[in-house]
Design a protein around this ligand. Structure first.
Ligand SMILES: [Zn+2]
Length: 155
């Protein structure tokens, strides 16, 4: 089991909080080292979250106080939670998500980071197909459909 860790980095009035490992009922989310400003949570190294972990995250977020909160680099399983549990992101801005792809021909898998700002600039589209380096063809297909991934961006 990957032990939960959090790493805080303060730059100006923005506190970056990198979360990693498993999030469950034992997870103690960090107390911000600032009283106001921006909090940016990075989920890229979170490897697992269970339903009790989701509940403690939601409560943590609710009780954080007067911050502008953003979530970035959310891996597919976190994105799934955001879709199923709207309170997962609450008033937080979701800056970027990882979208999973897999190749029908060789079973290669790949996740691609999609930034909200970029997505808005490029006509709110996410490629359904990508190039597979192994097959040298356009054979990587998005797992699931693109509308579900950006459902929380469209509102
Ligand atoms: Zn392939």
């Amino acid at each position: 089991m990957d032990k939960f860790k959090s790493e805080l980095t303060l730059k100006g009035d923005t506190l970056s909080i990198k979360l990693s490992g498993h999030i469950n009922e034992d997870t103690l989310f960090p107390v911000p080292s600032i009283k106001q400003g921006n909090l940016v949570f990075n989920f890229s190294e979170v490897t697992y979250i269970n339903s009790l972990g989701i509940r403690s995250w939601v409560n943590y977020l609710k009780n954080l106080g007067n911050f502008a909160v953003a979530l970035e680099e959310c891996p597919p399983q976190i994105v799934r939670q955001m879709i199923m549990t709207p309170s997962f992101a609450q008033n937080a801005k979701v800056l970027s998500i990882y979208v999973p792809y897999s190749c029908d021909d060789c079973n290669s898998k790949k996740t691609v980071l999609v930034e909200r700002a970029e997505w808005e600039k490029t006509g709110k589209q996410i490629s359904e197909k990508l190039h597979c380096d192994k097959c040298n063809e356009n054979s990587l297909e998005m797992d699931g459909d693109s509308e579900q991934y950006v459902a929380f961006w469209d509102t």
